[in-house]
Ligand binder design. Structure first.
Ligand code: NI
Length: 171
């Protein structure tokens, strides 16, 4: 497994592109998933999408605190329910976080790393992470959902912040 460099907005145009569907799951996709998981962990993120490591393919990984990582190939949101207000960051938009609205519950279908069809119903942070990562596959960043400049904040003291002091999503 390898830690890959994370693409940053606005330097890398791959972040604004619509990623391609994965046509077949082979060794290169397995390696991509392993490298994405390693990269996400090293960055202390809870999710990562393939375009963030410069690969314009529909692959995401998410890992909730204390749980095993999940990879989803060609993920699709088939249902969104309700609304939650969240404070969100992105590894591709370092130094900022924003207040946005997400669905309270989502149902996502896709394939797992072995090619088996999966369907995941998620709420809270997991629902937020899934929407955030699937947005990445469509070239959408959380900053596109921030409704006004007052809702986008700079991280003032990044060296003194910890995940515990200010829990928020970095994906
Ligand atoms: Ni992100």
């Amino acid at each position: 497994m390898a830690v890959l460099p994370i693409c940053r907005f606005p330097d890398n145009p791959v972040l604004k592109q619509k990623a391609k569907r994965v046509p077949g799951i082979d060794g290169s996709i397995q390696k991509l998933i392993d490298d994405m998981i390693e990269t996400m962990r090293q960055a202390n993120g809870v999710g990562l999408a393939a375009p963030q490591v410069g690969v314009s393919l529909r692959v995401i990984v998410v890992q909730m605190p204390g749980e095993e990582p999940i990879a989803i190939i060609n993920p699709e949101i088939v249902k969104r329910t309700g609304e939650q207000e969240v404070t969100e960051g992105c590894l591709s938009v370092p130094g900022h976080y924003g207040e946005i609205k997400r669905a309270a519950e989502v149902v996502v279908k896709g394939k797992d790393r072995r090619g088996k069809a999966i369907r995941i119903k998620a709420t809270g942070l997991m629902a937020e992470a899934l929407e955030h990562e699937i947005d990445h596959l469509n070239g959408t960043l959380y900053i596109d959902h921030v409704e006004s400049p007052e809702k986008l904040h700079k991280v003032e003291h990044p060296m003194t912040e910890t995940k515990d002091a200010m829990p928020r999503l970095e994906t």
